[in-house]
Design a protein around this ligand. Structure first.
Ligand code: ADP
Length: 352
């Protein structure tokens, strides 16, 4: 018979890494939920060392799975940054309560104040460029309503679940792909609204079998509403990239995205200016959406301008054909080279 007591008892076998005391004695076990044979536990840890939650997660999972008659087990680790109390600041303004995903080293969000500026194009190509540089990469399309990642990667595959009920990502072009749209049936997208959507997105990222990843790229939904805020608030992000086009109306929205990240203490890693210019067959550049908006905005925010990506037919064709342009040799495509450079700069910034 599985009871709260028997679960607590079992978890006393999990030692805090480097200590002889166990996680229950340390008071880290916050919650035990039992549903028949299925068990969910919440363990809260204060640490800056990502290896500690990973170890506790693994040990707890192993111990629980050894219990006779146990069903599905879920170990939720709530990692609190010990510095959170002094960071202070506004609404949700500390990193307390944000958790990391075991096995995932860096999580980078890609956001924009509005749709259509190329946020998904940048996320997809950034993921491909990182994978080309030898990193283990995951990409999650967090848009419940207008997902595009499957199409950009040329896959219509539906994911399967593993025995722990976690979703197994689809693999394409060297990237592990996941989309929140898998949660909603194509015919019923309107049902998942408001609080339900927020709850889904909160749980979703932890219910994916990401395995070991160097980088997880989150393609946030456009805008700065509830879902975006939930994601950036509930997960320990290593930073955010803002995508914008150069014209003033896009920049105004980009500033709103910056404000949202600032509210929850997420560092802005830099700006990507997309559709910076169009180069005609004769090599002449046309600044269709204005010249230098992204450069000025990055200066204003005191963050790096990470890349300027031209607008070109080939980029759109590649996206529509499910072959992100970053797959091409950088020597043959300036756009692919720009994404390669973007990946390189981000690696440098987040590893500092
Ligand atoms: P968002 O995610 O911001 O809504 P998308 O990445 O879906 O925007 O891009 C919108 C459309 O613009 C897509 O058809 C995409 O292929 C196209 N697009 C984006 N960036 C470029 C670019 N640099 N050159 C050409 N087409 C682009």
């Amino acid at each position: 018979m599985i009871t709260e007591e028997s679960i607590k008892e079992a978890l006393t076998q999990v030692k805090y890494p480097g200590f002889s005391r166990d996680i229950v004695a340390f008071g880290l076990l916050k919650e035990v939920k039992i549903d028949g044979a299925d068990v969910e536990v919440v363990i809260a840890i204060q640490t800056r060392d990502s290896k500690i939650p990973e170890q506790i997660f693994k040990d707890s999972q192993d111990i629980l799975n050894k219990i006779e008659g146990i069903g599905v087990t879920r170990v939720n680790i709530d990692v609190k940054n010990p510095d959170a109390g002094v960071q202070g600041g506004g609404e949700g303004g500390t990193s307390a309560g944000k958790s990391s995903i075991p096995g995932v080293k860096k999580v980078i969000a890609v956001g924009s104040g509005k749709g259509g500026v190329g946020k998904s194009t940048v996320s997809s190509n950034l993921a491909v460029a990182l994978a080309k540089q030898g990193y283990k990469v995951g990409l999650c399309d967090c848009d419940l309503y207008g997902p595009s990642t499957g199409q950009m990667f040329g896959t219509e595959q539906q994911p399967m679940a593993n025995e722990k009920d976690e979703i197994i990502p689809i693999q394409a072009h060297g990237v592990k792909l996941m989309s929140m749209s898998f949660l909603v049936d194509d015919s019923s997208p309107v049902i998942v609204r408001g609080p339900l959507a927020t709850r889904y997105t909160q749980q979703f990222l932890r219910q994916v079998e990401w395995g070991q990843l160097d980088y997880l790229i989150l393609d946030l939904p456009p805008g700065t509403g509830d879902i975006q805020l939930t994601i950036v608030q509930s997960l320990a992000l290593d930073g955010a990239v803002i995508v914008t086009t150069p014209q003033e109306v896009a920049l105004i929205d980009a500033r709103k995205a910056v404000t949202m990240f600032a509210k929850v203490n997420v560092e802005i890693l830099g700006v990507v200016e997309n559709m910076s210019w169009f180069e005609c067959a004769h090599g002449e550049k046309y600044h269709i959406f204005g010249d230098g908006g992204g450069v000025r905005e990055a200066e204003r925010m005191k963050v790096p301008l990470l890349a300027q990506v031209p607008i070109d037919v080939h980029t759109r064709e590649c996206a529509d054909a499910g072959q992100p342009i970053a797959l091409l040799d950088g020597a043959k495509s300036t756009t692919s080279a720009a994404f390669g450079e973007l990946a390189g700069k981000l690696v440098e910034i987040v590893s500092k």
